[in-house]
Design a binder for this molecule. Sequence first.
Ligand SMILES: Nc1ncnc2c1ncn2[C@@H]1O[C@H](COP(=O)(O)OP(=O)(O)O)[C@@H](O)[C@H]1O
Ligand SMILES: [Mg+2]
Length: 323
Amino acid sequence: MDPAINVQGLTKHFRETTALDDVSFWANPGTVLGLLGPNGAGKTTAVRVLATLLKADAGHASVGGYDVRTQAHLVRQRIGLTGQYASVDEKLTGRENLLLIGRLLGLSRRDARRRAQELLSEFSLEEAAGRAAKTYSGGMRRRLDLAASLIGRPSILFLDEPTTGLDPRARLDLWNLIRRLVADGTTVLLTTQYLEEADQLADDIVVLDRGRIIASGTPEQLKQHIGARTLAVQARQEQDVPAIAAMLADLTGGHAEVAGLTISVPAPDPGHLPALVRRLDASGISVNELMLRSASLDDVFLTLTGRHAEPTGAPTEQRESSA
Ligand SMILES: Nc1ncnc2c1ncn2[C@@H]1O[C@H](COP(=O)(O)OP(=O)(O)O)[C@@H](O)[C@H]1O
Ligand SMILES: [Mg+2]
């Protein structure tokens, strides 16, 4: 089976910034490829090259079997693109937005109406169809944006951070819509900053960091490598931190990361938590907080690169609560 998306040695510079540095990956038809990385990793640049909106400096990319450089018009007939920032016209109603795109794609007035109606009902936007898009919630706008990218029935869909900024409920709705599209045979390239999202949706994940691929594999392979969970302990007093760090490292075999009073370590085995409680008890150390949480992108980066996902960012806890 020929890959639906095939990228070989893609490189793109913007002046002194290397946005993509010899990047290669591929996606089989009917699967989801997750491009996972923090801000500035090169995700949008990759999507723009694949969607024929930007020319790479070097390398080769094909989409649906067509070369993005020399056969751009054939590529465009097969793809849908939902950008990082919703691209609907705010002044138009939901229905008008879809009709407009249908007409731009060359559908007859009647076919455009029919397709718009199909998508409005499929995406639970019927009730809001007659309202200006500027009155929509964030989740509704993303659904409208996704619906707009599906008017031409693309076989390959690029979703650039489709759920960034959405509340958990709207995120789940969108995940389900994406799953349905994939079940119908669509190939999806999804970019995300959320390990959990890639884990939920992707068949294969490519981790990007400053334009380079730093890891790739199935979600299972990646989680095995980085630890699906993180065990974190907040010490009660500073003097206990080294002992707790040593205990965590010994227990899990991983490297314990210390930030203030908080010590964390990848914990592949959920049994590590009760084992830790017993050891703390045995050594008479009492702690403020103990938690086993799902690994975040930041944990992935710490394990793979030894540094945090966003070099200038806020501490992990703050970033997670805002994510
Ligand atoms: N049009 C552009 N001009 C100059 N620099 C750019 C441009 N687009 C992206 N970059 C830079 O390339 C790098 C990768 O950006 P981008 O692909 O948008 O990352 P991501 O989507 O993963 O956040 C960043 O350092 C960004 O500042
Ligand atoms: Mg981006």
